[in-house]
Structure formats: C-alpha cells, structure tokens
Ligand binder design. Structure first.
Ligand code: SAM
Length: 196
C-alpha cells in the first residue's frame, strides 16, 4: 500500500493560520483593520468576512502596495467595503474610535518582490500596536505575523513578542504559533485577545 504524502501546506503558514482562526470571529457589519495592506491578501479576506454592511480600513506607506491591494479587492468585487489610507499604521487612531474595532491584522516585513528596505520598523510597529489595542473592542483580537528570519525582522520580532507578553498582566490573552526545527528562525503568529 502506498504511503500517503504529507500535505506540502503542513504546517499551515502563519498568514493562513491567522485567517483560519479569525474568520469565525468576524461578524457581518464589523469594522476591522488591515495594518499592512501589501498585496491585499488580508484586505481581501477581511472584506469577505465583514459582509456588505461591514468596513475594512487598510493602511500602507507604499503607493505600489495600495495599488496592488486595491486591484485585488476590485477583482473580487469587494472594493466598496474597503477604505485605503496611504499612511502609516501608527495613524490608525485618526480613523476609528476607541473600542470600535473587532480585528486588527499586522503582517510585518517587506512587500514580496519590492524594495526590501521598505520594511516595517520596530518603533513605528510598537506605536501602531499600542494604538490598535485602544481601538479593539472587548472580545476582539489583534493578529501579528513576525519574520525573525531576516536581520531587521529579528529585532522587531523580539520587541513585538515582549510587548505582547506584557499585555498578559493586563488581562489580555496571548498565544504564539510557530514551526520549530527550521534552518532559520521561522515566521510566527501572535494572537492578542481582549477579554470581553
Ligand atoms: C509583508 S507586507 C504585507 C503583505 C500583505 N498583508 C498581503 O497580504 O499581501 C508588509 C507591508 O507593510 C508595509 N509597511 C511598512 N511600514 C508600514 C507602516 N509604517 N504602516 C503601514 N504599512 C507599512 C510595507 O509597505 C508592506 O507592504
């Protein structure tokens, strides 16, 4: 009997895992945020989840990223559910009220195929995360995919993980998911949930 092959998508990538975990938590009509729109995979996912009456706020500092994300949601017929901002995610507090957002997604690092110097940066990321925590409503969740396998990503990942661990003392529930035994430090997913 032929042995079955291990699924090449096992274990799931942190970006896929984030979507799988968040999908059942997002309700029709919710306000959600994509903090790093990039090529729009998460923007499109969020726009699908919030339904016709929901709204996605999507941030990126690169025109090329927003053009790519906009084109993706236009192709899937969901552009009407997304407001794009050519602004740093650190400015997200100008566009949503405290306690009004059910999910904020961050996918750190650089845009695949583009200038790798244009990567997220620790201090800006920590400012944005602190703002996201204020915007999230009880029962809401913040997801962050970190990339410790490249030099700038490594120090950012350490900073983000220790920032999130400190929130546990303030009643938030925190989890980390990552492959182990990899050649380079594997990307990981942090989930930060606000107890309702
Ligand atoms: C890994 S990519 C995101 C990929 C995206 N989630 C997708 O599904 O295609 C990281 C993105 O963060 C963006 N970025 C870097 N600094 C930023 C900042 N301060 N505010 C918002 N976006 C930023 C980069 O321009 C890049 O497009």
């Amino acid at each position: 009997m032929k042995r079955s092959e291990l699924d090449p998508l096992f274990p799931p990538r942190p970006t896929a895992l984030a979507q799988e975990i968040l999908r059942p938590m997002i309700r029709e009509g919710d306000l959600v945020i994509d903090a790093t729109a990039g090529n729009g995979h998460d923007t499109d996912f969020l726009a699908d989840c919030v339904g016709a009456t929901g709204k996605v706020l999507a941030f990126d500092v690169q025109e090329a990223a927003l053009a790519s994300a906009r084109s993706r949601v236009t192709d899937s017929g969901l552009a009407g559910r997304v407001d794009f901002f050519l602004e740093s995610h650190a400015a997200m507090g100008r566009h949503a009220a405290a306690g009004s957002v059910s999910v904020v997604m961050f996918n750190l690092g650089y845009l695949p195929g583009e200038n790798h110097q244009l990567t997220t940066e620790s201090n800006e990321t920590l400012t944005a995360l602190a703002t996201a925590v204020d915007l999230i409503k009880p029962g809401g969740v913040l997801s962050v995919v970190c990339y410790p396998g490249h030099p700038a990503g490594a120090s950012e990942a350490v900073a983000v993980e220790s920032w999130s661990a400190a929130l546990a003392a303030h009643g938030w529930r925190i989890a980390k998911y990552a492959a182990i035994g990899t050649r380079r430090p594997a990307p990981f997913l942090l989930l930060v949930g606000k107890v309702g």
